[in-house]
Each structure stands twice: as structure tokens, then as C-alpha cells.
Design a protein around this ligand. Structure first.
Ligand SMILES: NC(=O)c1ccc[n+]([C@@H]2O[C@H](COP(=O)([O-])OP(=O)(O)OC[C@H]3O[C@@H](n4cnc5c(N)ncnc54)[C@H](O)[C@@H]3O)[C@@H](O)[C@H]2O)c1
Length: 282
């Protein structure tokens, strides 16, 4: 399978998706709002593809000068008009996603399949914005995308079997497997994991333990690869807070209320790895 892929949003996730799709042989158009963000994304993909062989020794990987020409970086949405598949990775804020889908509804053709890379937002709600809600499916990629072989995929109310099959073929081309779940905010992974990350922040706020001790308990006692605060830093503390706000609003359940320390860190510009500082320094 070789298709034209539109990747919207060139941040943490969009860059990872664009890299994986280009490495799988697809033509990829990456769209973001600012040229500097696109430059940064291009540079990071270049470095990752160049050094991918060191981390994935078991795979036959194409060299960087073969992969990079498959990628176009642009602020011009109209280049997505003939995309077969769109993977949307804009921030986890309903108004931003809504405006993006309203725009894509006008630009793309009726056969385009939309993969919503969201942490929490309902796929059915996004589908309600579209002419063809049967073409909308949730694909919650894991971070870092090129290294993670499994995704959580989400069937919206109207998502068709044809869309599911097409998406699975696309994911398969990137050597990824999908575990499919039904649609309610946060799905499985984030409905559970955000409670853990949020409570870990409360533990630090309440001075029960410092971040390293919290994470060490999860790694050394429970055998997890990463602790909840390292994970929050990797995801981006801004994205974690946005997701918790959506969960809180969706379920009207106080268990999803954001830890004040977490919100204060985000307001102070501590967004985790991507900003160089979160619970840890990078
Ligand atoms: N970070 C993670 O670990 C993770 C994992 C799975 C899913 N997600 C989800 O993926 C999505 C993106 O998250 P991220 O961590 O990559 O965020 P990010 O902040 O790193 O990147 C978002 C990008 O979108 C761009 N953008 C904003 N509005 C835009 C628009 N209208 N058109 C085009 N580009 C626009 C921004 O400039 C930025 O580059 C979110 O919905 C998030 O919940 C994140």
C-alpha cells in the first residue's frame, strides 16, 4: 500500500507520524501554522531517520536521502486536497480541533479517511462536524510514534468497516497493530493513565515524595518501564492538563480535577521534555 498522507500539526506526535509514514514509503505532506515549527520538525525527522538504524538493528531501513524526499513541509492546507488519508495531530483543545476539521471538510474530497490522533476527545463528536462521519476514526498513537508498535484505535458511532479496514492496512504498512475500542472520552488508555499521572502530581504537591521517588516505586517495585511523572513529562504537561480538563468536563466527575501543581507548572511554561523542564530537567 502506498498512499498520500496529510499530517496536520508538526509537534511531538505529528513529527513522529510523518516520520513513520515516510519510512513506510508513503508520500507525506506535513502542515503546521508556523514555518519555524515545520523547520524544527524536518530537522528532528532528519536526525531520527539518520540514526534509526542504531535503535532498530533488526530492521532493514532505507537511508535518509531516500526517505526525506517523500516529505513536504508547508503552511498551505490546500496541498491536502487530494490526500487519501489525514492524520490530525493539533493540540488537545476542542476549539482548535473543531476549526481544523471544519476546514478539512471543505478542502478534502469525500473519500478521504480522517485519523483523529487524540488523547481524549470523542471521535463521534468530531464525526458530527464532517460530511462523511463514516470516514472518521480515532487512532491514538503512542509516543514516540516510530518506536511504538501498537496503537489504540477508536470506533466512532458512524465509523464504517471499510474505514477500519483501510486504517488497519495503513497502520500495517508502518508495522503497527491496532487494538480497537469503543468511543467514550479518554477511551481506555487515557481514562486510566491520566488518573495515575494526576494523582502522582498530588503526591508531589502534598510532599509525600519527590518525583524521582514516585517514579522509582513504579519502576523498581511494579516493574513499569517508566514512572507516571516521567510519562507526563514525555507526553507534555500542557497536553496532560488539557486532557484532564476534557475528561472532567465530559464525565462531570471530580476524580478528573487537575492537580493545582500540574496546572501551575504549565502556566509557568514547564511543559515537560519539549520545553526542557517539567518534573525533571532535560
Ligand atoms: N504527546 C503525546 O504523548 C500524545 C500521545 C498520543 C496522542 N496525543 C495527542 O496528539 C495531539 C497532538 O499532541 P502533541 O503532543 O503532538 O502536541 P504538540 O503541542 O507537540 O503539537 C501540536 C502542533 O499542532 C500545531 N497546530 C496548532 N493548531 C494548528 C492548526 N490549526 N493547523 C495545523 N497545525 C496546528 C502546533 O503549532 C503544534 O506544532 C493531541 O490531541 C494529543 O492529545 C499526544
Amino acid at each position: 500500500m502506498s498512499v498520500k498522507v496529510g499530517v496536520i500539526g508538526a509537534g511531538v506526535m505529528g513529527s513522529g507520524v510523518a516520520q513513520s509514514a515516510a519510512q513506510a514509503g508513503h508520500e507525506v505532506v506535513v502542515v503546521d501554522l508556523q514555518a519555524e515549527v515545520l523547520e524544527k520538525s524536518k530537522a528532528s525527522i532528519y536526525q531520527n531517520v539518520r540514526f534509526a538504524g542504531f535503535y532498530q538493528k533488526d530492521k532493514q531501513l532505507e537511508p535518509v536521502d531516500v526517505v526525506m524526499p517523500r516529505l513536504t513541509f508547508t503552511t498551505d492546507y490546500s496541498l491536502l486536497a487530494d490526500a487519501d488519508i489525514i492524520v490530525e495531530n493539533v493540540p488537545e483543545v476542542w476549539e482548535i480541533k473543531r476549526d481544523c476539521y471544519v476546514k478539512m471538510n471543505e478542502i478534502c474530497n469525500e473519500e478521504t479517511v480522517f485519523l483523529v490522533n487524540t488523547s481524549c476527545i470523542s471521535i463521534t463528536k468530531i464525526g458530527s462536524l464532517m460530511k462523511r462521519p463514516d470516514k472518521v476514526i480515532g487512532v491514538h498513537f503512542m509516543n514516540p510514534v516510530p518506536m511504538k508498535p501498537t496503537v489504540e484505535s477508536i470506533k466512532g458511532w458512524h465509523t464504517s468497516e471499510e474505514t477500519i479496514q483501510f486504517t488497519n492496512d495503513f497502520l500495517g504498512s508502518m508495522e503497527k497493530k491496532a487494538i480497537m475500542v469503543n468511543d467514550l472520552p479518554g477511551f481506555v488508555s487515557n481514562r486510566l493513565s491520566h488518573l495515575l499521572m494526576n494523582e502522582a502530581a498530588y503526591v508531589v504537591q502534598d510532599q509525600v515524595a519527590d518525583p524521582k521517588s514516585v517514579d522509582d516505586i513504579f519502576k523498581e517495585c511494579f516493574g513499569h518501564k517508566m514512572g507516571p511523572l516521567e510519562t507526563a513529562d514525555l507526553i507534555g504537561l500542557d497536553t496532560v492538563v488539557q486532557s484532564l480538563d476534557i475528561l472532567y468536563e465530559s464525565y462531570q466527575d471530580p476524580k478528573f480535577r487537575v492537580c493545582p501543581l500540574l496546572r501551575k507548572m504549565v502556566e509557568a511554561g514547564l511543559h515537560g521534555r519539549k520545553s526542557g523542564q517539567g518534573f525533571y530537567s532535560y
